[in-house]
Write a protein that binds this ligand. Structure first.
Ligand SMILES: Nc1ncnc2c1ncn2[C@@H]1O[C@H](COP(=O)(O)OP(=O)(O)OP(=O)(O)O)[C@@H](O)[C@H]1O
Ligand SMILES: [Mg+2]
Length: 510
């Protein structure tokens, strides 16, 4: 064996998918003790490269060395045995299992009759040490997206991985949780592990990266050390042009009330009160931003409006019609578009192709039918049009959409929802996981919809995003609206306080 300063080395690794060269002779070396950021536009090949390292894909060319020894990683199990673990962009947990069951799932070293108590204690210990708060006994379907991710991280820590790869870990975390995670990652690095983080947030790169590798169209175009780059340099390296960090919000005419919630109550998944008397309105041509720390009723709010969650008391009105508890199908027919938090779970059907996903909501419309059948050619034409208009980059209209990169999935979802000409759009964390360019695109699309007179309910934890896009801001805290302010009459400081449950003097909304 050769002495090496690297834990892992990838040399000249290439991976081809039908129609795309996802990785093109990439070199990547990971040092013990470093946090290495992998940066690149949506579709530039980051997840593919890491999937190769995690044993999920076989490279077409190139070599991988672990501790100086060449290895062949044929499965995630091989990778984990080599000490490499990955937390994916889309989680791979079993909903009906508990946290503990998920953590030990697939672990070869677990005896046939595992000692449940001991395992749960071990997990609780790990989760304490790394600040990854989650109850080992709870079933995964009851967890928020953020908590699910903690389970994934715990799973790798439980197996003692020395190289931990996190694919956009902070996309699902609150700013506070993200800071906490970074502290834990730094700690892991300090103990000699190597951590790879994929992220689109340049501030985070500036904050945590010891080294950065930039991918562009599958090729590693730069490898930089901390101190040698600015955020602007990185943006330029990624997209090959200057990025405008500000999208301008044009003045807009606020129209009639489109959505109205009157004293709405709903339960959360745990049977606890999720919404406790929420009243608010969203007007045509207005973006109402809902700010709040995750878990304060955002999910319940989005779900009652879109008909996915029953309303226990109070009522919801859309353009004057009472849509309380009418069900999802009817809500869609009333013209509500939905960009959910969980794109592949609630938004798109992972196993279906782009054509089917795009017409999912209007396949019953006469223009897509030929007698009792779906007009395939017509649907394809329409899909192609939408793919072009919304710049979804894909090589095959029929390939399952789960193969698309995160940014392209979101463009696809927006394409479908906006093309339906909704009177209301409910957008939950709409730019999560998107690169700087795609974020700009999505923000622009939402502002265009606003100019076109659509009412938009925007749920986000990102105060920058909320302030950039909203006309008014509602703050959710423990299931209730604790503040409703015009964006011109408030500032992030004040909203931040409201998000934490403090109550500054009420202000009138013009
Ligand atoms: N299993 C697959 N089959 C076919 N094509 C794939 C597959 N996985 C990825 N691709 C394609 O390979 C390219 C790179 O995708 P990848 O997911 O690695 O990008 P990414 O950099 O992780 O993007 P994002 O930031 O959006 O997550 C894309 O064009 C994608 O559509
Ligand atoms: Mg990716």
């Amino acid at each position: 064996m050769v002495e090496t300063e690297f834990l892992v080395e990838m040399r000249q690794v290439s991976k081809r998918f039908p129609g795309v060269l996802a990785n093109d002779r990439v070199d990547l070396a990971l040092r013990p003790g470093e946090i290495h950021v992998l940066l690149g536009e949506n579709g530039s090949g980051k997840s593919t490269l890491m999937n190769i390292l995690a044993g999920l894909y076989r490279p077409d060319e190139g070599e991988i060395y672990v501790g100086g020894r060449q290895v062949s990683l044929r499965s995630p199990r091989d990778a984990i045995e080599a000490g490499i673990g990955m937390v994916h962009q889309h989680f791979k947990l079993v909903d009906i299992f508990t946290v503990a069951e998920n953590v030990i799932l697939g672990d070869r070293n677990i005896p046939f009759f595992p000692n449940r108590r001991r395992i749960e204690r071990h997990i609780a210990g790990l989760s304490e040490r790394y600040g990854l708060r989650v109850d080992p006994q709870v079933r995964v379907w009851q967890l928020s997206v953020g908590e699910r991710q903690r389970v994934e991280i715990l799973k790798m820590l439980y197996r003692g991985c020395r190289v931990l790869i996190l694919d956009e870990p902070t996309a699902v975390l609150t700013p506070g949780e993200a800071r906490e995670l970074f502290r834990n990652l730094r700690e892991m690095a300090d103990r000699g592990q190597a951590v790879v983080v994929i992220t689109h947030k340049l501030q985070e790169v500036m904050e945590i990266a010891d080294r950065v590798t930039v991918l562009r169209r599958g090729r590693a175009v730069a490898m930089l050390e901390r101190g040698d780059f600015t955020a602007r340099d990185l943006a330029w390296l990624m997209v090959g042009r200057d990025v405008v960090f500000q999208v301008k919000k044009p003045p807009s005419e606020r129209g009639e009330i489109v959505l109205e919630l009157r004293d709405v109550h709903a339960l959360s998944d745990f049977g606890r009160p999720g919404l406790r008397g929420v009243s608010l309105t969203v007007h045509a041509g207005e973006i109402l931003g809902v700010a709040g720390v995750a878990g304060n009723g955002q999910r319940e709010l989005a779900e009652v409006v879109t008909g996915l969650r029953p309303v226990r008391a109070g009522s919801i009105h859309l353009a004057g019609c009472n849509i309380t508890n009418v069900g999802v199908r009817r809500v869609i027919d009333y013209g509500v578009g939905y960009i959910p938090e969980d794109r592949l779970g609630a938004g798109l059907v992972p196993g279906l192709g782009t054509v089917d996903n795009l017409i999912l909501k209007d396949y019953r419309r006469p223009e897509f039918r030929r007698g009792p059948f779906l007009d395939r050619r017509r649907s394809r034409e329409r899909a192609l049009e939408r793919v072009k208009r919304f710049d979804v980059r894909l090589s095959d209209l029929e390939a399952p959409v789960k193969l698309l990169s995160g940014g392209n999935l979101q463009r696809l979802l927006l394409a479908r929802e906006i093309s339906a000409n909704p009177s209301l759009i409910v957008a939950v964390y709409p730019v999560r996981g998107l690169d700087v360019g795609a974020t700009e695109d999505v923000h622009r699309m939402l502002l265009e919809q606003r100019s076109a007179g659509t009412a938009i309910l925007l749920i986000s934890e990102d105060l920058d995003e909320i302030f950039k896009l909203s006309d008014r801001i509602a703050v959710l805290f423990e299931g209730a609206v604790t503040g409703l302010l015009s964006v011109d009459w408030t500032d992030p400081e004040k909203i931040g306080l409201l998000m934490m449950g403090e109550r500054p003097a009420e202000e009138a909304v013009p």
